[in-house]
Design a protein around this ligand. Structure first.
Ligand code: B16
Ligand code: MG
Length: 215
């Protein structure tokens, strides 16, 4: 039995991927190329800077450091604008109940996300108070698949990595958790999340029927 549960944000607790996609697509269109939903798959779980690299690669562009910094900032402005309307209704099915169930079972709960906007998103969703520790993109130097984000989460929960289980939707995140020495529950497609110990389609699938509200 694990004593700590570490959750990725985008794709596990909330579907912010579509907002990321709309902002990246708008940027690509300004730069003069199309960016499809299929192209966007590669950006999931990847840091903002690395995402921009992948986008420019898709468009066959190579730009200087300053230009890239300006583009990443512009994309983030659009993305943050789209978050202004976000509220608890955008939580993925089962997310809030599962977090509450973890706490009720006495497990310590942390967030382990690549996003620099994670704190604001938790506030908007109304679930910031459910986390004992929040490790996000502002606190790590090495992006997933590096294990840094999850190791830091375990340290803040004052638990050994082997006592923690990670919930992740991206292949890079599953690899990061493995490298941290943690067990991993994949959220999504078993064909993509091959290295996870268990894969389910969403946190709702992990809830005992009894804890699902009937009214
Ligand atoms: P930001 P996660 C990741 O969140 C997203 O999946 C990824 O698409 C995004 O580029 C990254 O956060 C950085 O986000 O631009 O807000 O700093 O899945 O690690 O919770
Ligand atoms: Mg994710």
């Amino acid at each position: 039995q694990s004593r700590g549960a570490i959750f990725d944000l985008d794709g596990v607790i909330v579907d912010t991927a579509r907002y990321h996609y709309l902002a990246w697509r708008r940027l690509a269109s300004e730069l003069g190329f199309e960016f499809s939903l299929a192209d966007n798959e590669r950006l999931k779980g990847v840091s903002r800077a690395r995402s921009l690299e992948l986008l420019l690669e898709a468009g066959g562009l190579s730009l200087g450091v300053e230009k890239k910094a300006a583009l990443a900032e512009k994309k983030n402005r659009w993305y943050v604008e789209s978050l202004a309307r976000m509220d608890g209704s955008e939580l993925l099915p089962g997310a809030r109940d599962y977090l509450l169930a973890q706490r009720a079972a006495g497990r310590r709960v942390a967030l382990g996300s690549a996003s620099k906007n994670a704190g604001m998103i938790l506030q908007r969703l109304g679930i910031a108070g459910l986390f004992d520790a929040v490790i996000d993109g502002t606190r790590v130097t090495n992006a997933k698949p590096d294990p840094e984000v999850f190791l830091l989460a375990a340290r803040e929960l004052a638990l050994a990595p082997a006592d923690c289980v990670v919930f992740e939707d991206a292949a890079a995140g599953v690899e990061a958790a493995r490298r941290a020495g943690m067990r991993v529950v994949g959220i999504g497609d078993a064909a993509i999340l091959r290295d996870a110990d268990l894969v389910v389609s969403g946190l709702d699938r992990l809830l005992p029927a009894a804890s699902v509200p009937t009214a």
